[in-house]
Design a protein around this ligand. Structure first.
Ligand code: FES
Length: 82
């Protein structure tokens, strides 16, 4: 895939997840419901990452879409050029 994702934000989103609940994480950056997929990826080469929360609690999900540990933030936003 040569297409690059849109940088949806330069800080991770802090979201509360519920154990056992499924979430669809946006990888394209086009969703207006960041960090979650809203179907805006249609027609692109991107697809959401569907995952099940392993525990209740707050997590930081990547919005710059450069993380190597999707859907979680791995600090890559600190490496973005301005
Ligand atoms: S809207 Fe971005 S992956 Fe679905």
């Amino acid at each position: 895939m040569s297409e690059l994702p849109k940088i949806a934000g330069r800080q991770p989103a802090k979201v509360m997840l519920e154990e056992g609940k499924k979430y669809a994480y946006c990888t394209c950056g086009l969703s207006e419901n960041q960090p979650f997929c809203n179907g805006a990826h249609k027609g692109t080469g991107f697809n959401p990452i569907v995952f099940t929360a392993e525990a209740d609690g707050e997590v930081k999900l990547c919005q710059c879409k450069q993380t190597q540990s999707a859907p979680r933030c791995d600090g890559q936003h600190n490496c973005l050029e301005s």
